[in-house]
Design a protein around this ligand. Structure first.
Ligand SMILES: N[C@@H](CCC(=O)N[C@@H](CS)C(=O)NCC(=O)O)C(=O)O
Length: 224
């Protein structure tokens, strides 16, 4: 039995943890539980993560929630000096980009994706979609400028900073990114990594198996 358990169906933010586990080549057990009462809010899972949200992990008895805390933890544990920066300043930059992604673009990309792609066409709210695009336009310009001068966020090498930001905005790959060409190239490169493709295969499969009812529930529960 593997010591690392990753909880959460791959269509959720569990995708971020699954991508990191693949980058690190870790053996793990994936428990693809659903959001809400049928999954993360069932008593047995609330007993592990009282937030009732996904993802969370159990690493040999060590329980952790928050998707990017999970990726940072796994990278530092297994890839210090490679995927996880060794210097104090680069570590801080990895945190900076991770917090930035959660605060500036996570919700906007999710709203856009639901109202541009994932909800049945008749139920998409164009006003929500357009407002989300407005909210993410300025931060996307910041990211575009950051990857215009160097291939990756911390320099020449792909690190946890790239994984975290690219995983948060992965659904933006379906947007028109003509206004941010450097972001588009960088995101494409990140998502073409073999580990990303493995995690994306799980995510795409979960997406394709998701019924409109579940997508509606996702929009309602997450207030998107
Ligand atoms: N900041 C958290 C957000 C977790 C979150 O909201 N997860 C969603 C799925 S992607 C969820 O579980 N929503 C259901 C709910 O809130 O009940 C993280 O990054 O892990």
């Amino acid at each position: 039995m593997s010591r690392l358990r990753i909880y959460g169906i791959a269509r959720t933010r569990a995708f971020r943890a699954l991508w990191m586990a693949a980058e690190l080549g870790l053996p793990y057990e994936h428990l693809p539980i659903e959001i809400g009462e049928a999954g993360a809010r069932a008593p047995e899972f609330l007993a592990i993560n009282p937030n009732g949200r996904l993802p969370f992990i159990d690493d040999d008895g060590f329980v952790l929630f928050e998707s990017l805390a999970i990726t940072l933890y796994l990278a530092k544990k297994h890839s210090l000096g490679t995927l996880y920066p060794a210097s104090l300043q680069d570590e801080a930059r990895a945190w900076q980009w991770s917090f930035w992604a959660i605060c500036e673009v996570d919700r906007g990309v999710n709203i856009w994706s639901l109202h541009a792609v994932r909800l049945p066409p008749a139920e998409r709210d164009a006003a929500k979609r357009d407002e989300a695009l407005k909210v993410i336009a300025a931060p996307f310009k910041i990211l575009d400028a950051a990857v215009a001068k160097q291939p990756y966020l911390l320099g020449n090498e792909f690190t946890v900073a790239d994984l975290n930001v690219a995983a948060v905005i992965s659904r933006a790959i379906e947007m028109d990114l003509a206004a941010v060409p450097n972001l588009k190239t960088w995101l494409t490169n990140c998502l073409q990594r073999p580990a990303a493709r493995k995690a994306l295969a799980l995510k795409n499969k979960a997406d394709s198996e998701t019924s409109p009812d579940v997508t509606r529930r996702i929009a309602r529960i997450n207030r998107l």
